[in-house]
Design a protein around this ligand. Structure first.
Ligand SMILES: [Zn+2]
Length: 235
C-alpha cells in the first residue's frame, strides 16, 4: 500500500474523542501494518541535515519543558539526541543500513534446525518512544544456503533500530530471513519488556510480552516443539 502524503503540520484533531483514540492505540500497543509506516521521500534529506533539524526541534521540546539550555550539562543534549536517533537507535529505518548478508553453500549438508537464541535487542515503542528490551530466538532449516551466525544478530538489530511494535518486529525479522535464505522454514520468537508498560501507564515492572512467527515446517507440531524446547529448556 502506498503511504499517504503526510505533512508535519497536519494538526491533531481536537476533542476528547480523538484524545481517547490516541490513548487506546498507545496503551494497547496496536500496530496498523506489518510494514513500518514511512512517508514518501523519507530519505530525501541526508543524515547530517536530519540531525540538524532534529537537534533544533529537540532543543525546542526541552525549552518548552522549562529546561535551561545554557546549562553546561544540557547544552549538548539536543545534538546528542539527534545524532543518537539517526546514527544509532533509529538507524534501522534507512534501508541503506540493512546489513550486507552473504549466503554460503550448505557444504556440510546440515539439514537440521539451526537455532540462534537469546539475541539481545534494544528497540523503541512507536507509541511512546521509550525502550523495548528483549531477547530474540531465531531458527531456520537450510534449503541449501546458510548465513553467518552473527548475521542473524545483525538482522535482528537492524529491524529493532526503528520505532516498533513487537509483533511487527517479529514478522519483519522472519520475512526478511525467509527472503534471504530462500526458504519458508523460519521461526522467530521474541520475549521483551516494554518500558512504557513498566515505567508508566499501568506501571507493571514484572510482565513481559512474547510474540512468535512460525513459518513453513515450523508450523508442524514436532518441529515447533523442538524449537521451543531448545529455547526454553534452561528457563
Ligand atoms: Zn508504548
Amino acid at each position: 500500500m502506498k503511504p499517504q502524503e503526510t505533512s508535519l503540520n497536519t494538526p491533531l484533531k481536537n476533542g476528547s474523542k480523538h484524545t481517547e483514540e490516541i490513548d487506546v492505540i498507545g496503551d494497547n500497543h496496536i500496530g496498523t501494518s506489518s510494514e513500518t509506516p514511512m512517508r514518501p521521500g523519507a530519505f530525501d534529506q541526508d543524515d547530517d541535515l536530519k540531525i540538524e533539524l532534529i537537534e533544533k526541534h529537540f532543543r525546542e521540546i526541552m525549552h518548552i519543558l522549562g529546561l535551561d539550555l545554557t546549562d553546561d550539562s544540557l547544552r549538548g543534549t539536543p545534538h546528542r539526541v539527534a545524532k543518537m536517533y539517526i546514527k544509532e537507535i533509529f538507524s534501522g529505518l534507512n534501508p541503506a543500513n540493512m546489513p550486507d548478508i552473504k549466503l554460503f553453500d550448505n557444504k556440510y549438508g546440515y539439514n537440521e534446525m539451526l537455532i540462534e537464541k537469546d539475541i539481545t535487542f534494544y528497540s523503541n515503542c512507536e507509541h511512546h518512544f521509550v525502550p523495548i528490551i528483549g531477547k530474540a530466538h531465531v531458527a531456520y532449516i537450510s534449503n541449501g544456503k546458510v548465513i553467518g551466525l552473527s548475521k542473524i544478530n545483525r538482522l535482528v538489530q537492524y529491524f529493532a533500530k526503528r520505532p516498533q511494535v513487537q509483533e511487527r518486529l517479529t514478522m519483519q525479522v522472519a520475512e526478511s530471513l525467509k527472503e534471504i535464505l530462500g526458504t519458508e522454514d523460519v521461526a522467530v520468537v521474541m520475549d521483551a519488556k516494554h518500558l512504557c508498560v513498566a515505567s508508566r501507564g499501568i506501571e507493571d515492572d514484572t510482565s513481559s510480552t512474547t510474540t512468535s512467527q512460525f513459518c513453513g515446517k515450523f508450523k508442524e507440531h514436532a518441529t515447533k516443539s523442538e524449537f521451543l524446547n531448545h529455547i526454553y529448556q534452561s528457563k
